[in-house]
Write a protein that binds this ligand. Structure first.
Ligand SMILES: Cc1ncc(COP(=O)(O)O)c(C=O)c1O
Length: 361
């Protein structure tokens, strides 16, 4: 791969972050950008000042949705260092999405190095608050100007950085989620296991119903039988029954979450019986009535570990832990964010330190 070229934003004053960050509203000074064409493959890697894109109105992404993305975070540690959580997993998943959407794969090691360099350059943008971090959005899209349904010839890969706090408006309180069967989000053998814009577009009408019913998110059912619980719009779901912690298996219809995988590892090490399987909604409702559902929580990079205080279904609220954060979700939240923020030993080797590229040092 060629060397990265630099055309950085010339900042004159120190970065001052707003007191309340929310999610995805602010962006750092610089982005990483790289181009693809069939002759050169990936080329022209640059770290450059953030600016608007110039695209032909016929660019394929605007018409046929050939676009994929990732989400990971950089953290500031008590030792004054900056670190990433399992970044190679995100670029591997980007490649899985790329294969399914007939887009070019990226070199995982190069992307991790380029990302470290970008975060290092914009390190002043990594917030230092206890519950804050720098959200990283790598994304790729087809930009060939051609009206016709076929894979684009040319692509762009961009890494965008955004300092963030809590994802949900509730902050880190328990959320309420809605099970509805008017819409489905993804389908097995479709794009369910990809992180691609269309899945999120498909989720918005259901999400609106949730909002009207006073819920933060939808807990989606499988699209074929509307019988099994699958995932939430931005996170995977776990249910603590009296005898096991269950999470829907990777059916092809849900995103293989990196927080899901990490949480299963931690829970198993803590001695929980973790089962990945189909979870019928009926089982959850029946066992709730018998008092066998102890906790429900979601896992995701943006949502971290998000306790579910109530599930709304068919006009009824099924309340958990009196609507408060459950003890297992809280323990897992503390452990995971402890590892991510360098307060708990990285016993799994999940952390990558952010440092400048050797060649630029
Ligand atoms: C639909 C969906 N499911 C699950 C997740 C959780 O995945 P991860 O833990 O890799 O962030 C996300 C968030 O990225 C998501 O958008």
């Amino acid at each position: 791969m060629e060397n990265i070229k630099y055309n950085l934003y010339e900042r004159k004053d120190p970065v001052v972050l707003p007191e309340t960050l929310g999610f995805g509203r602010y962006f750092s000074d610089n982005v990483f950008v790289m181009d693809y064409n069939p002759q050169k493959g990936w080329h022209n890697p640059q770290i450059t000042a953030l600016g608007n894109l110039h695209m032909h109105p016929a660019a394929s992404v605007l018409h046929y949705g050939q676009t994929i993305f990732e989400g990971l975070k950089a953290y500031y540690t008590p030792d004054g260092e900056y670190q990433l959580f399992r970044p190679e997993e995100n670029f591997k998943r980007l490649n899985n999405s790329a294969r399914r959407l007939c887009m070019p794969e990226v070199d995982v090691d190069f992307c991790v190095e380029a990302l470290k360099e970008l975060v290092w350059i914009d390190r002043e943008w990594v917030p230092r608050g206890d519950k804050e971090s720098l959200y990283i959005r790598p994304f790729m899209f087809g930009e060939e100007a051609m009206l016709g349904v076929k894979p684009s010839d040319t692509y762009k890969l961009i890494f965008l950085l955004s300092p963030v706090g809590a994802y949900y408006p509730e902050g880190f309180q328990a959320i309420k989620i809605l099970i509805q069967d008017e819409y489905v989000r993804t389908v097995r053998k479709g794009l369910g296991e990809c992180k691609t814009a269309g899945n999120y577009a498909a989720s918005m009408a259901g999400q609106e119903i949730a909002r009207r019913e006073g819920c933060t998110q939808v807990l989606w059912l499988d699209a074929v039988e509307l019988k099994y619980i699958e995932e939430v719009g931005t996170m995977n779901i776990f249910i603590q029954f009296n005898d096991q912690v269950a999470t829907p298996m990777l059916s092809g219809g849900i995103l293989p979450g990196i927080t899901r995988k990490s949480s299963m590892r931690i829970l198993r090490d803590w001695g929980y019986n973790v089962s990945e399987r189909q979870i019928p909604l009926k089982e959850v409702l029946d066992r709730y009535e018998k008092g066998e559902v102890l906790e429900i929580f979601g896992t995701g990079t943006a949502a971290i570990i998000s306790s579910v205080g109530a599930v709304r279904y068919g006009g009824h609220d099924f309340v958990l832990n009196n609507g408060n954060v459950g003890p297992l979700a809280e323990r897992l939240f503390n452990e995971l964010t402890g590892i991510q923020k360098g307060k708990v030993e990285d016993r799994y080797g999940w952390i990558t330190k952010v440092e400048p590229l050797a060649v630029n040092a």
